[in-house]
Design a protein around this ligand. Structure first.
Ligand SMILES: [Zn+2]
Ligand SMILES: [Zn+2]
Length: 354
């Protein structure tokens, strides 16, 4: 039996590189040799035991690689093709997929909440030497020759998720947009708001490295929640309330502030992953009569989403490279989690190479 190195989740606060069986491709599947991957904030939730996955699972969901093996039933691909695979791998055939709800893919059974997120959640993930890609025909996105692995790796999740926060809010040209938290996803939401055509983008963030990057990604103003009353300041800057607020942290306080800073009829676009109970305060909600819209989005995946995002990098409309601040070998992944999790040395995203 052939084996490979992979980052295995053993239990809360316990991960490590282990030799595990190397996957082989069945019908409709492909195996890719990973050339570059990264660590997501969601992987930190898994590591800390805040998002449950089964012990023994290989984690990670942001793969760039080269096709190593193609199962039966695939067409248009050959061994050696460079590919990007989204964090979400819809089947392309089920009721959810065919209703364009890719992330809620029920894999033939119907609609399942979060069902499209399989890598490092319900099947082995990308922090490994090799990765089995399910429903490969719907999910292998060929990388144009002129784009490097580094230029596309953050499209698998971070950029797709961040942009979706702006897209789901239906931002109109000229809208004012507040983005709560400027971690990697919030930064991409800021970039998405700029791409769609917001007239004023207000970032909410206190970390100096992230404040700087927020301006680089398109924020006009960045407010430090420790230094000012963010809601009052946003209302002042927008003349009564923002058209759109994007929540990119997953806390009660940021959710609530995102709601409070809106104008009546505004849209709260929520990207954060919450735990426990989330409450909507009566007053901030105008007793349910304020025409507010609250929308949530899980990272859109599938090869067409990846193709579109790669076309944005190719045409130089979006540059994700500045967000990759650190680089590690797969063998050093425990250290990489530590640096990423503690934001040490201004860490935003790490490149992990097998
Ligand atoms: Zn993720
Ligand atoms: Zn599906």
């Amino acid at each position: 039996m052939q084996t490979m190195k992979a980052n295995v989740f053993y239990g809360p606060n316990k991960i490590g590189i282990e030799e595990v069986p190397r996957p082989s491709a069945g019908v409709g599947e492909a195996v890719i040799r990973i050339t570059l991957t990264t660590i997501c904030g969601t992987d930190l939730h898994i590591l800390r035991g805040e998002y449950p996955v089964k012990p023994g699972l290989v984690i990670g969901h942001e793969p760039v690689g080269v096709i190593e093996e193609l199962g039966e039933g695939l067409s248009g691909y050959k061994i050696g093709d460079r590919v990007l695979v989204g964090a979400i791998t819809p089947c392309g055939q089920c009721r959810a997929c065919l209703s364009a709800q890719w992330a809620q893919c029920g894999d033939g059974e119907g609609i399942e909440a979060i069902g499209g997120w399989r890598f490092g959640n319900t099947i082995n993930g990308a922090q490994a030497e090799y990765l089995l890609v399910p429903n490969a025909q719907a999910n292998l996105a060929k990388i144009p020759d002129e784009l490097s692995d580094e230029q596309v790796v953050l499209l698998a999740d971070i950029a797709s998720t961040g942009f979706s926060g702006a897209e789901s809010a239906n931002i109109c040209i000229g809208d004012t947009v507040a983005v709560f938290a400027q971690g990697p996803i919030g930064l991409c939401a800021t970039a998405g708001a700029k791409l769609i055509g917001a007239s004023l983008i207000i970032g909410v963030e206190g970390d100096p490295v992230r404040v700087e990057m927020s301006k680089r990604m398109g924020a006009h103003v960045v407010l430090d929640p420790k230094q000012c009353d963010v809601v009052a300041e946003i209302k002042k800057l927008t003349g009564g309330g923002a058209d759109v607020a994007i929540e990119a942290l997953g806390l009660q306080v940021t959710f609530e502030n995102a709601l409070r800073c809106l104008r009546p009829g505004g849209t709260l676009s929520s990207l954060g992953v919450y735990s426990g109970k989330l409450q909507v305060p009566y007053d901030a909600f105008a007793a349910g009569l304020g025409d507010y819209k609250i929308v949530t989005t899980l990272c859109p995946g599938g090869k067409e989403r990846m193709r579109r995002l790669m076309s944005m990098v190719r045409s130089k409309r979006f540059d994700p490279l500045p967000l990759i601040t650190h680089s590690f070998k797969l063998d050093q992944i425990v250290e990489a989690y530590e640096v990423f999790g503690s934001r040490r040395d201004g860490c935003l995203k790490v490149a992990i190479r097998p």
